[in-house]
Design a protein around this ligand. Structure first.
Ligand SMILES: Cc1ncc(C[n+]2csc(CCOP(=O)(O)OP(=O)(O)O)c2C)c(N)n1
Ligand code: SF4
Ligand SMILES: [Mg+2]
Length: 198
């Protein structure tokens, strides 16, 4: 948790989008992730995309599971709705929110451990049902928050920080998504390789 207040000052000529918001209006709290963590780059890309797409922040709902990746919704879209669920259970909580309010734009943020290990069943069924959401997996191949054990997406043959070689085959979430979701699926899916903390 950070106790540093984020300065509200910004450059006077910072461009505004058609809604009158600058890029800073799409930011969140100061990140507490390790310096250089790739998850922060994904947050920055989301901030940029929402600003460029002129999305009204109050129309977005961010839901996540547990993990360093699942902490990131705190670091972008600070004026949007947000809920940090249980490890691997983001898809079912998001599905429920979606049933209650169909007007919002749903952003599901997860990690490879969250979606390919403990939450694999939840992931598969969200894809199969075509839940109206953008599903983001911040894939670093490890359980970052619990000290970097290999996850189910770790490349076969990759080495941990302590030199242990991963002998297991990797689950390919993109391939799984393609085989389980029908062509009519509305679920947008992004599996993004983020930096590894191995
Ligand atoms: C039910 C349950 N089991 C295990 C944990 C411990 N745990 C917390 S985060 C995590 C792994 C997170 O890995 P990932 O989703 O890849 O996120 P990353 O930290 O790598 O971004 C685990 C196993 C937990 N919080 N809850
Ligand atoms: S432990 Fe790994 S995943 Fe977590 S913040 Fe640090 S670099 Fe990022
Ligand atoms: Mg991970």
């Amino acid at each position: 948790m950070t106790y540093l207040a984020k300065p509200r000052l910004h450059h006077p000529t910072l461009p505004a989008n058609k809604l009158g918001f600058t890029r800073r209006d799409y930011e969140g709290k100061i990140s507490t992730l390790c310096a250089g963590c790739g998850h922060d780059s994904i947050s920055a890309a989301l901030i940029q995309a929402c600003w460029e797409l002129e999305i009204e922040p109050h129309r977005v709902a961010k839901l996540s599971g547990i993990g360093c990746s699942s902490k990131t919704p705190d670091y972008f879209l600070g004026a949007s709705h947000g809920f940090n669920t249980v490890h691997g259970r983001m898809p079912s909580v998001l599905t429920g929110a979606n049933l209650a309010n169909r007007e919002l734009l749903y952003l599901g943020v997860s990690g490879d451990g969250d979606s390919a290990s403990i939450g694999l069943g939840q992931f598969a069924h969200a894809m199969r049902r075509g839940v109206n959401m953008t599903y983001i997996v911040e894939n670093n191949g490890v359980y970052g928050l619990t000290k970097g054990q290999f996850s189910a997406t770790a490349d076969q043959g990759s080495k941990s920080k302590k030199g242990v070689v991963n002998t297991d085959t990797a689950i390919d979430l993109v391939a799984m998504r393609c085989s389980s979701a029908r062509a009519t699926s509305r679920a947008a899916f992004r599996a993004t390789r983020s930096s590894s903390c191995r």
